[in-house]
Unconditional design. Structure first.
Length: 336
């Protein structure tokens, strides 16, 4: 596998999603020819924002690979597709719609902007947690609402949980050498600049991996507690907004919360699609984490609950069938 992964198939998948959506949103504008050009220009600007987000994310993840050895970008495109198929804010027969007045058009353009913001956030959803991208950079590149949405979906950096002075010293040394980024996670620059590690660096990195493993459980437990109920997640969103000096109206905050929860559901659904690449222990751990989201999904959106619960049932059924087959094979091998 090359160091920069081949994205041709992923690009093709995204282009298909993008093209189908573009045709759908431009189809109804056959009325009032004098206004049509202006409307299509407005749509084009929104669509450009959507496409730019994909190419931006592709650049950020170009050196990152998933457990199944596929480029990480494949995951974000799948999350986008699951979102578009299950939680679109546009009507199924939208392309047959006809607008009669400018007011109807303006109202719809606001809806389209919100819809594209959903898709952009879905594409960016892992950037703060898994790359060198910062909240500030994302806020500047997209918008404060989407940057905040991605922040809500991101686990805290491991470094925030470390108090031991020796462990902190290891982190500081690795950050000074550019091996870890400012967030205390492995830097994208390691592969980008083809950094060769000396023996001391390797030893420090081994210590870091042990430190990270020790604190990962604590971090994950805290993270999933926020998703245990709708009220917990609302409180968490308000706390994060306050800590980052961000102020949203209640309506805007609810829109962001909705976006974050639905993206999390899509993220988990795709993660469970790829369970073949995991050990049985990890599959069961992921299932338990995902079951913890069911209460929130049920409170929030029946479609989200059905989608998530259906995927959990499917994975559990596959595991059960696999175990039954193993037992049967074992019984056949026993001497008579």
């Amino acid at each position: 596998m090359s160091e920069i992964f081949n994205h041709k198939n992923i690009d093709k998948n995204f282009e298909e999603l993008y093209s189908d959506f573009e045709k759908k949103v431009t189809a109804p504008f056959s009325f009032a020819e004098k206004n049509k050009k202006d409307i299509l220009e407005k749509i084009s600007k929104l669509m450009h924002h959507f496409k730019a987000a994909y190419f931006d994310v592709k650049t950020k993840f170009q050196y990152v690979v998933r457990d199944d050895e596929k480029p990480y970008t494949s995951h974000v495109v799948w999350v986008l597709e699951i979102f578009m198929e299950n939680f679109s804010g546009l009507e199924d027969n939208f392309e047959e719609k006809e607008f009669k007045t400018e007011e109807e058009v303006e109202k719809w353009l606001k809806l389209l902007e919100k819809e594209i913001d959903n898709y952009v956030a879905a594409l960016y959803h892992d950037t703060i947690e898994d790359t060198d991208v910062t909240f500030e950079w994302l806020e500047e590149s997209t918008c404060s609402e989407n940057a905040f949405c991605v922040l809500l979906l991101s686990k805290e950096p491991i470094i925030n949980f470390i108090e031991d002075k020796k462990e902190i010293k290891v982190i500081k040394k690795l950050k000074k050498r550019w091996i870890l980024n400012k967030k205390g996670e492995k830097s994208d620059k390691l592969k980008k600049w083809k950094v060769k590690l000396n023996d001391e660096d390797k030893e420090l990195l081994e210590k870091y991996e042990k430190i990270r493993k020790n604190y990962k459980k604590i971090r994950n437990k805290k993270y999933f507690e926020h998703f245990s109920s709708l009220e917990n997640f609302r409180e968490y969103a308000r706390e994060i907004a306050k800590n980052n000096n961000m102020y949203f109206s209640e309506e805007k905050l609810e829109t962001i919360i909705r976006r974050a929860i639905l993206i999390k559901v899509c993220d988990r659904v795709h993660n469970l699609w790829n369970f073949e690449a995991w050990s049985k222990k990890r599959i069961r751990k992921k299932l338990e984490e995902t079951k913890g989201l069911l209460n929130l999904a049920k409170e929030f959106d029946e479609r989200a609950y059905k989608l998530l619960n259906g995927k959990i049932y499917e994975v559990e059924k596959n595991l059960e069938e696999e175990e039954t087959k193993k037992r049967a094979d074992k019984a056949l091998k026993k001497p008579l």
